[in-house]
Design a protein. Sequence first.
Length: 289
Amino acid sequence: MARLLDGKAVAAEVRREVARGVDAFVTAHGRRPGLDVVLAGEDPASQVYVRNKEKAALEVGIAGRVHRLSADVSQAALLGLVAQLNADAAVDGILVQLPLPPGIDSLAVLDAILPAKDVDGFHAESVGLLWSGRSGLVPCTPRGCMRLLAEAGASLAGARAVVVGRSNIVGKPMAALLLGAHATVTIAHSRTRELPAVCREADVLVAAVGRARMIGRDWVKPGAIVLDVGMNRDESGRLCGDVDFADVEPIAGALTPVPGGVGPMTIAMLLENTLLAARARALAGARGA
Ligand code: GUN
């Protein structure tokens, strides 16, 4: 029977830590850390995510603001808003919610964000810092996964880790973090040959493919730690992960549920990234940088 990795409880602990850090920041600097979220268009899932991010920010004392733009916003207008937020001293973190409407060059918008305010960790400079083992802002979902692995007491040095999924948001940064923790890392994806056998090698298996209940018990090494990043709807509209929970639970060593596993960690880590960005900016300001 797998140990359940309770992301909801760990996320609540992270939020309490961030709230204490925010209080100390306000005392030291006389202002609240600021997080500005840009939402373009009416994607229903994005609207829910953004509302949750704003609410979570306000709950820990971060000044959260959402900039809602219509789906037909121009690239120039989006870049103009990002430039304005870059220049605003009260803004510590900028998050542009993805996906952006068709016709917008997402990478150009992400690369327009000042790296010091890049709380998503998607800027090319943040990506380069992560892969070269230097400190920068790190994407929220993979950071949340690392925190859950720490809570699970995973010993990553020398362990075999398989990340299924190669997105810029989860798969690639997750692989970089596991590598940084001295795991032997494989990035697998939908075109990987003999995918179940590859996954079965893993001491740590991270599923981030977006296919409902794809990973069954014969994909999992007995005792493995399994993190499920998937957020899918099954045929009956129920929220489910990439892992077939009921099938895998009897043989995994530890497993995240969906919902209540990795999901809550993403927002908690966004709040933590905002506090880290605020502290780093305050320090750079004090140095006159
Ligand atoms: N869309 C889905 N996940 C994310 C995320 O982590 N950050 C942003 N900006 N957009 C997303």
